[in-house]
Design a protein. Structure first.
Lengths: 206, 167, 212
């Protein structure tokens, strides 16, 4: 038992001092770090036994434990409610379909994935990988040709895989032509909206 | 004599007329030159409005000041709330620097570099704590706007909508 | 429940929240790996059925984006299929796939794409996240208790979404996968002390938000 983890009694303190990460007003209360480790089973068996005994008599520490456990429940429940059995089944079919195509052709995986998924994804991959790559990169894009403007119209269309790719590119000129992008940034993307061909630059600071 | 005088008078009259015509011509040329110069000066004047927008995933909201832009932003981003934090219009001569303060110790510098084919060439710099973090060179269509975004700010992101106008 | 000084037992088969049970095929990991390397389709299908729920939960916990999670898990299996010959079996298949899932979920390109409306999201909450749907779960509780629980859950989920991603990743690996600190540290290539403090900070952050 590490005495340093215990909080000494101080009757004038408030019940729960979350700012300092400690519990007060209860003799021999544990700090929240110890309780967190206890919940995870990451303290020694002896200490764990002592914490358990303490919890039987300490509503303040018990409340901390209850709170911590409710977070786990909330996350698991939140994740669970975002998928239906059908989603999982569809995902499985998609994976197997991609697998079968790959197994049959034994060819380039990316090519097959593009066919299986959608035009959307192939454009996403292309856009994100070919414009800007490594973190903390100093981007100097001198040539206009290097700037790829994406049309959201085509990106939305995920069903019509065979639609001509020309539709991906804007029919009229963008509101702004970006000729260079520099800076202390980790990544940058240039977009064009569907309706008014409004140019958007989105960058991420390092 | 009389004839002489008459002739002289005629000559004087004719000389006066020439002077008048010449001076009128000079004035016209002067006026034309002035107007050309002033026209060029006008052409170099560029106005730009910088709107600072805060995009978040809070309760759905579209600022009335973003009427023209809201639909475009919503078509691209997943954010649900767009608030106009500030709007500032700058009048700049070619080569001069316009500066706008941004939230989060940031500032934006805008330098119009010229006009070609109905597009204004702009150099745009975004600074954070006086340190340059992002620069771009763009050719903005006259009377159009561009949106630059990305910096984190108060559980959301900052977007800067920049317009450019020249005569 | 809290263990008696032991490490929290791994609930390897606890994917009940999806309402789907795992396929009980008597195929141990070594045999499965052998069959996968031979290109056995059934073995691959078995792998998908066995692990897709868990991988989906990890991806969803980190990205908090339903569509993105589905794509990530598809990518994970394609990478497994493509690279199975290079997998030496020094760690378990799940450990390997978990690392791929975490890396794809934290991939900067993907993080970026999550910010944009690349396609229509038919099933999503008001703010585009994966906040729990009040009508979707808690069927056996009283309506009142259910309501209170959902309110609390939504509040917690909102604050989980606001967590720094690194902190959330540790929290997800602990909460969803019930990994030990050592296992989380290995998965993320960080120190166990960092895992301990990130978990504590995550819980404190959520506890404070409950008091707001």
């Amino acid at each position: 038992m590490k005495e340093t983890n215990r909080i000494k009694k101080d009757s004038n303190e408030s019940l729960l001092c979350t700012d300092s990460g400690t519990l007060c007003n209860q003799e021999s209360c544990y700090d929240t770090m110890t309780i967190s480790s206890f919940i995870d089973g990451e303290i020694s068996p002896e200490e764990s036994e002592e914490v358990k005994n303490h919890l039987d008599n300490c509503p303040v520490c018990r409340q901390v434990v209850d709170h911590y456990l409710s977070f786990e429940k909330a996350l698991n429940s939140g994740i669970a409610s975002s998928f239906k059995d059908q989603d999982v089944k569809i995902l499985q079919n998609r994976i197997m379909a991609t697998h079968d195509l790959y197994a049959k052709k034994g060819a380039d995986l990316n090519g097959i994935q593009n066919k299986i998924r959608s035009k959307l994804h192939s454009i996403k991959d292309f856009a994100s990988s070919s414009i800007f790559s490594l973190p903390k990169i100093y981007l100097q894009i001198a040539s206009l040709a290097a700037i790829i403007i994406l049309s959201i119209t085509a990106l939305r269309d995920i069903t019509d895989v065979n639609a001509p790719m020309q539709s991906v590119m804007a029919q009229s000129s963008p509101s702004a032509i970006v000729t260079s992008v520099n800076g202390d940034i980790s990544s940058v993307i240039i977009l064009e909206t569907e309706d008014t061909h409004h140019t958007i630059i989105w960058y991420q600071e390092v | 004599m009389a004839i002489y005088f008459k002739q002289t008078a005629t000559f004087r009259q004719s000389a006066n007329r020439h002077k008048k015509i010449l001076s009128a011509l000079f004035s016209m040329v002067f006026i034309i030159l002035l107007s050309v110069i002033s026209h060029e000066a006008e052409a170099a004047a560029i106005t730009s409005t910088v709107r600072v927008i805060h995009a978040t995933s809070d309760t759905p909201f579209m600022d009335p000041g973003l009427k023209d832009l809201g639909h475009e932003l919503q078509s691209v981003f997943k954010y649900t709330s767009y608030r106009l934090i500030s709007s500032r219009t700058l009048a700049m001569a070619e080569g001069s620097t316009g500066r706008v303060s941004l939230p989060g110790d940031r500032s934006l510098e805008l330098i119009p570099k010229g006009v070609e084919n109905n597009r204004i060439r702009f150099s745009i710099r975004i600074l954070k704590n006086d340190k340059q973090v992002f620069t771009t060179e763009i050719q903005l269509r006259n009377n159009s706007t561009i949106t630059i975004g990305g910096p984190d700010f108060k559980n959301g992101y900052l977007l800067f909508n920049i317009s450019g106008k020249t005569k | 429940m809290l263990g008696e000084g032991e490490k929290t037992p791994k609930r390897v088969h606890s994917y009940g929240f999806f309402g789907v049970t795992t396929l009980h095929v008597k195929l141990d990991e070594k045999q499965l790996l052998q069959e996968l390397k031979k290109g056995n389709r059934l073995a691959f299908e078995h792998l998908v059925k066995r692990y897709q729920h868990r991988l989906l939960s990890i991806a969803c916990g980190i990205t908090l984006d339903r569509e993105e999670s589905l794509e990530i898990v598809q990518d994970v299996f394609m990478r497994v299929h493509q690279n199975i010959h290079t997998f030496r079996g020094e760690s378990s298949l799940m450990s390997w796939m978990r690392i791929i899932t975490v890396n794809l979920s934290l991939n900067w390109k993907r993080k970026w794409l999550r910010r944009f409306r690349w396609k229509h999201h038919d099933i999503e909450t008001e703010d585009g996240g994966i906040l729990p749907d009040a009508e979707n779960s808690g069927e056996h509780e009283t309506p009142e208790a259910k309501y209170i629980d959902r309110q609390l859950e939504q509040k917690i989920m909102k604050n989980i979404a606001l967590m720094p991603e690194k902190m959330r990743t540790v929290f997800v690996l602990k909460t969803v996968e019930h990994l030990s600190y050592e296992e989380i540290a290995q998965t993320l290539n960080i120190k166990t002390g960092t895992v301990r403090s990130r978990l504590h900070n995550a819980r404190q952050l959520l506890a404070e938000s409950l008091n707001e």
